[in-house]
Design a protein around this ligand. Sequence first.
Ligand code: G3P
Ligand code: MG
Length: 369
Amino acid sequence: MIARLSIRAPRTAFCVRRLHTQPKTAPFNIVFDIDGVLIKGKQVIPQTRRALELLWENNVPYIFLTNGGGVPESEKAEELSKKLGVPVNPDHLIVSHSPMRSLVPQYKDSNILVVGGKGSSCKRVAESYGFRRVVTPEEVHAVHPSACPISFCEARPVPFNKEYLQNVGMPVEAVMVFHDSVDWGRDLQICLDALASKGGALGTIKDSEDLHSTKQSVPIYFSNPDVVWSNEYPVPRFGQGTFKLCLEKIYKNLTGQELEFTTFGKPMTTTYQYAETLLNRISPFPPTSDGQPSKRTVYAVGDNPYADIAGANAYGWDSVLVKTGVFRTKGYENHHVHPATAVVDHVEDAVRWIFAKEKMKAQEQQKQR
Ligand code: G3P
Ligand code: MG
């Protein structure tokens, strides 16, 4: 059961402007997942607004950490801000592909195949990160319609300029899946083409013997491993992880080999390191009296045990699992593989549970003095 708190603040009109500057006083931070915790597709979860009010009233710095994406952080923040009705600072938001910035030094001048998202949205994201030669499956399809004969795409205006055609014709040096595919048939085909090609040249394929004995031609990166996620539909929907499972299966079938890949997003450590850097920036903790950095207390609130809870637990954060998204249970049974520190009904109860735990901690510390 959820502890009811005596610290409940009076319900005040929520001052939107106050959220521009995050409070900096609480000795702990909260990291919120978005889909299935704060929103479900276009709908805002009813308890979200009160949860955010409580954070402000109690001076708790928090950030958003989502496996969603497909648009630059600034656009995602604006979109979230419109839904929640409060300003969201893009510097306090991490999307699945944010940590893929670390790949820029290695690939900034390489021809890369960027997969996922609507139209050229992920190409825009990749270019904004600093990748200079980006090609998308949609562009390959536009130049070579026979590459995906059963993919039924509407004709879209495509910039057939010289540089664009040159990128499509050049071998790709890496495949980067930035977001959910909007055309799985086309994107699985073009990704497979790159992996099985001669040196990354699309439209070529290794000789049969090589296909079964040599490694994939190019590395592939995924921005998150979510098999499912939660929107307003009554049951969870396929995520990027399911696309990856399909690609792995097809690659194995075609080559007899395991697909090698690198994954970002929750629950990967790289994403939590990225989040910690952000927390250090927005809410620096003073060093202890002996000059050592103080240990940061972080609570992660999420709905997906395999992403939010697994990642937080592995990184040494406390985890609070809500029942408004992927995870469903009648009572308060914990997840069988990735048990959270606490299981609660929704995001407001998550915040109240965290406050109660912090209050108990403070009382114990008081007694010890
Ligand atoms: O693709 C899955 C993603 O949308 C899940 O987002 O906020 O639950 O990490 P989130
Ligand atoms: Mg979620």
